[in-house]
Design a protein around this ligand. Sequence first.
Ligand SMILES: C[S@@+](CC[C@H](N)C(=O)[O-])C[C@H]1O[C@@H](n2cnc3c(N)ncnc32)[C@H](O)[C@@H]1O
Length: 245
Amino acid sequence: MPTGKEDPKDIVQRDRVFYGRRRGRRLRAGMEGLLEERLPDLAVILPDVNEPGATLDPASLFPYTIKDVWLEIGFGGGEHLAAQAAARPDVGFIGSEPFMNGVASLIRHCEDRGLSNVRIYPDDVRDLLPLLPDASLARITVLFADPWPKKRHHSRRIIQHESIAEFHRLIAPGGELRLATDDVAYLRWMLARATTHRGFRWKARGPSDWRVRPADWPETRYEAKARDQGRRPAFLRFERLETFD
Ligand SMILES: C[S@@+](CC[C@H](N)C(=O)[O-])C[C@H]1O[C@@H](n2cnc3c(N)ncnc32)[C@H](O)[C@@H]1O
């Protein structure tokens, strides 16, 4: 668990198994330099969890007043997050991604677009979520999460009944949960979990509402690859309800 005493670029995971990659091909010197120079300013540092009542107000991560905070989990190369942040300067964006090549790529996008409303948790989001207060986010986005197709690996899927309940705790009433996948089995799994949580309402009224990517939902690299390979993505939007029985 990262604490305030660590240098963000040295954060490596500790007490939980993360099944993805943290490093890919060697970063070009320029990208490595970007990580070193910019990540310390952009990184979300977790409070010391041993302190009683340790919590992290996500709005406090931004130097000016923002309207809402949106979280993107597993942002990959960061192209979707950066495009959203450019379109919504009034919103503060937190991206979580343990794959450092992706973190460097998001920083590159932020530099190219001159964004000041993005913060990065360069690690496993499961360490961040419990520290965020109830209703402190207006949106959570999880795009093309790893489907872990083998049955014995299903417990590794990020979408579970428990994570849906945690997203419900974190998203303020009226806020939104966005999920995308190109894997039919994972689509069924997601729907079985999100639609049975009575605190979420699936916004789709007909097939085009989930088969066609909404205009305010920029394409990710993974989506482009899936289409090239003939797979058809699904785009799910759920409203976080005010009350439910
Ligand atoms: C298949 S990729 C999709 C990337 C991107 N969303 C896209 O659509 O191009 C899934 C990403 O989720 C990230 N990921 C997996 N588990 C995660 C976790 N527990 N916390 C944060 N990110 C995670 C992986 O590192 C990977 O980059």
